[in-house]
Design a protein around this ligand. Structure first.
Ligand SMILES: [Zn+2]
Length: 333
């Protein structure tokens, strides 16, 4: 309440606010922690994954007990956040956010915080935010590098003004192929939350609608200013390609302990193989690649086959969500 721009009235505004945090990994944990301590009244946490030991290096709401219990991230996060501030209402949604569920999961959110680990979900969030005019705070961290950008629909550029299309499947490093520095997470989440709080407090004019891009290892820091693109398919032409795409499902392959995931886009297999070699044993064949992760975190031994049209077969599970999580983890999509 002592802070400029807050005061008694601002604190009361925060207490009445409802927000959504999409993804409860490294960014989502730090974002939710900051929001809870700031006294934001209602927080919906959305994540489909469970806590694993390898998360603890950067996912600040979890501890060894949570990973031993194999709790869903949103449940472990709720337990922790409730202990921090019992007056904040936490709604844990252990669910996959896609075009078929997004309207339900994000209903009522005044602002949305992006804590996702994959591009299809980010572009879907951007479509939703622009369509329904909900401020979105984009964030991403891989390795020592982080990015954050505030998207205020109608007041500045959207994600597609900055990057028209998501990178092709397997072309960009993911947190599971390149690691994530916890220190980089803290900066990105702080920027996202500070900008989000300004909106909740009624100080939209103070939000900086630029892209912050930094690398803590290389000591580089840039602020990129984008004008809204005059031909942006999303915020100018209001074409919501990602929100309109049917929810991608998958199918368990009968009797094979494997799941087939349909392809969404063409995949450069040679490039994907290069990215995957850091964490998997990879065999590149004509039209496909086979990868066996060096460390399986899903219990069963597993491997996956990726085809040039983006289709994927994940062996070692019959659970479609687990297969999708594996694809997001290793290929970012
Ligand atoms: Zn745009």
């Amino acid at each position: 309440m002592m802070l400029p721009g807050v005061g008694d009235a601002g604190q009361a505004r925060l207490r009445k606010a409802s927000v959504a945090v999409v993804g409860c990994g490294a960014l989502g944990c730090t974002i939710a922690d900051l929001l809870t301590r700031a006294g934001v009244g209602s927080i919906t946490l959305i994540d489909r994954d469970i806590v694993e030991w390898s998360n603890l290096q950067r996912q600040s709401l979890f501890d060894e007990r949570d990973s031993n219990e194999g709790l869903p991230k949103v449940v472990a996060a709720q337990r922790r956040l409730h202990a921090v501030n019992g007056e904040v209402s936490i709604d844990p949604r252990c669910a996959d956010l896609h075009s078929g569920t997004i309207d339900d999961l994000l209903a009522g959110a005044r602002v949305i915080f992006d804590g996702t680990d994959n591009f299809p979900t980010r572009y879907l969030l951007n479509d939703f935010a622009v369509r329904d005019s909900v401020p979105l705070f984009y964030g991403g961290v891989v390795g020592w590098r982080g990015m954050a950008m505030a998207i205020l629909p109608g007041m500045g550029p959207c994600l597609r003004c900055a990057f028209d299309e998501p990178p092709p499947l397997g072309s960009a490093p993911t947190c599971d192929t390149a690691g994530v520095a916890g220190a980089a997470v803290a900066i990105v989440a702080s920027v996202q939350v500070a900008e989000g709080l300004k909106v909740l407090l009624g100080h939209e004019a103070r939000v900086n609608p630029t892209l912050l891009d930094f690398d803590l290892f290389e000591n580089t820091r840039r602020r990129l200013t984008f004008a809204p693109r005059p031909d942006c398919p999303c915020c100018v032409h209001r074409r919501f390609d990602h929100a309109l795409a049917p929810p991608e499902t998958g199918a368990a392959l009968c009797g094979q302990n494997a799941v087939h995931l349909p392809g969404a886009a063409h995949c450069d297999l040679a490039r994907a193989a290069e990215t995957l070699r850091a964490t998997c044993d990879v065999r590149l064949l004509p039209f496909m690649l086979r990868a066996t992760p060096n460390e399986s975190t899903f219990g069963d031994p597993l491997d996956f086959t990726l085809f040039a049209d983006g289709r994927m077969i994940v062996r070692g599970t019959t659970n479609i969500e687990a297969a999708r999580a594996i694809r997001a983890r290793y290929l970012g999509g």
